[in-house]
Design a protein around this ligand. Structure first.
Ligand code: UD1
Length: 427
């Protein structure tokens, strides 16, 4: 298993290229299951989750071809789908495997997908995905840890009026894909408005789907009998970009981010500016971050898009440990997403947690120690804490970060960070 060894205290300087969005890449890859023709995808991030999704699609007999391994350009051709099953071995490493459920049921009239189960940041059920598919005519059973969906009669899903009880990103994406091949019109209310949902809509439109309302909470989809192949480049990763904004700010550096989209980061940029961090977004596709003259505390609450992303909460907490005053951080999306806080406390941060609220008092002088990464974004926040801590920080279980951050060690080293990957002997 790999660890990261960081010697903190170096301001970061230079230019960093932001990769494609993992959370866009995963649904658009799954969307390739909706057609027999090739779907060509560009700007995919070279991260483990993309490799896992590729394996999953290949398991279903799709041809998955990439320019290099791991690559940024993929062609996926699902001429035939022989096995409508997402097995546990693959799903267990990536919850987003559930994104194959909608396309499989829509195309084949049946699917068998392992239930993702719990994960470190909360229960994360998929009940809303299943209820919506049931409304579209699928019969759903769960047994032996698998969800089985079958569409009786002609095997084709029917359009339906679905009101999500709660906003769900992958739920919206799953049902969008299912509706694109369903008979008649589907209306999705209270759907997610994340840029990644809009990116998927754009691909589905290129494939021949009729969809209105993207970017709003009501989506209208007129199902097509057949969808065609298409070519699509995924949007930049707003969470990776946000993480580098914090990296620049927390180390007192000066960074230029390229190939990014500031529009997708409105709430994060506004909050960072409130703490005093200077961010320049004048040049399209770029952002420049310079440190605050004085970093001050600011309260933050996570929300669905366009609010402050839960996927940036942990990184913001790392920054808050260095700000003067008390920052109240409220997590509204996931019930157990403060696992990074206890590791930061071991590094000397002053944080108290009460349910979904954390109070961070700063500035605290962090010191390096051995810490454990619990999930993808928590890992990123611990790297940020390590970059500002005095002495050596050893982060264990960094396989989480490899799921979603492309070449993070190389990118940070190029900016002047003292960070390296060490291969720990397996015990
Ligand atoms: C997606 C993102 C993840 C991000 C999250 C919230 C991908 C691959 N992952 O995850 O990075 O943190 O959105 O922005 O895009 N819920 C239910 N029942 C359901 C579905 C969800 O109760 O059927 C609850 C969840 O437990 C959670 C909330 O709804 O409390 C939001 O979850 P959801 O938007 O579905 O997250 P994901 O799509 O899994």
């Amino acid at each position: 298993m790999d660890n990261f060894l960081i010697r903190g205290g170096k301001p970061l300087h230079g230019t960093v290229r932001i990769s494609g969005a993992k959370n866009s890449a995963l649904p658009v890859m799954a969307a390739a299951l909706l057609t027999t023709e090739p779907v060509k995808l560009h700007n995919l991030p070279r991260v483990r989750d993309i490799i896992t999704m590729g394996k999953l699609l290949a398991h279903m007999s799709a041809h998955v071809v990439t320019n290099e391994f791991p690559g940024t350009d993929y062609t996926i051709e699902a001429q035939t789908v022989s096995d409508a099953e997402a097995p546990y071995e693959l799903v267990r490493t990536m919850r987003a495997s559930i994104l194959t459920l909608g396309p499989l049921v829509a195309r084949l009239g049946k699917a068998r997908v392992s239930l993702p189960g719990g994960c470190a940041i909360g229960a994360r059920p998929v009940d809303l995905h299943l209820k919506a598919l049931e409304k579209m005519g699928a019969v759903i059973t769960t047994s032996h840890g698998y969800v089985e969906a079958a569409v009786p009669k002609n095997g084709r899903l029917k359009g339906a009026h679905i009101v999500f009880e709660k906003i769900t990103v992958t739920g919206t994406e799953n049902i969008l894909m299912a509706a694109a091949l369903a008979e008649g019109e589907t209306i999705l209310e209270n759907s997610a408005r994340e840029p990644e949902v809009t990116d998927l809509v754009e691909l589905l439109r290129k494939m021949g789907a009729h969809i209105e309302g993207d970017g709003t909470s009501t989506l209208r989809i007129r199902g097509a009998e057949k969808l065609r192949g298409a070519e699509h480049s995924v949007i930049p990763d707003r969470i990776e970009a946000g993480t580098f904004l914090v990296a620049g700010a927390i180390t007192g550096g000066d960074l230029l981010l390229t190939h990014c989209d500031a529009e997708h980061l409105g709430a994060v940029i506004e909050k960072l500016r409130q703490t005093g961090v200077r961010i320049d977004t004048d040049t399209p596709g770029q952002m420049r971050v310079r440190p605050a003259e004085k970093l001050v505390a600011a309260d933050m609450t996570t929300e669905e898009y366009p609010g402050f992303a839960t996927d940036m909460q942990a990184q913001y907490m790392a920054l808050a440990t260095q700000a003067e005053g008390a920052s109240v951080i409220t997590e509204t999306i996931f019930e157990n997403r403060f696992l990074h806080a206890s590791e930061m406390m071991r590094m000397g941060a002053n944080i108290s947690i009460d349910g979904r609220r954390a109070v961070v008092r700063g500035p605290a002088a962090l010191t390096g120690t051995t810490i454990i990464a619990s999930d993808l974004r928590a890992s990123a926040s611990l790297v940020l804490a390590g970059l500002v801590a005095q002495g050596e920080t050893l982060i264990d279980r960094v396989y989480h970060i490899d799921r979603g951050y492309e070449h993070i060690v190389e990118k940070l080293s190029d900016l002047g960070a003292d960070i390296r990957r060490v291969h720990a002997p397996t015990s």
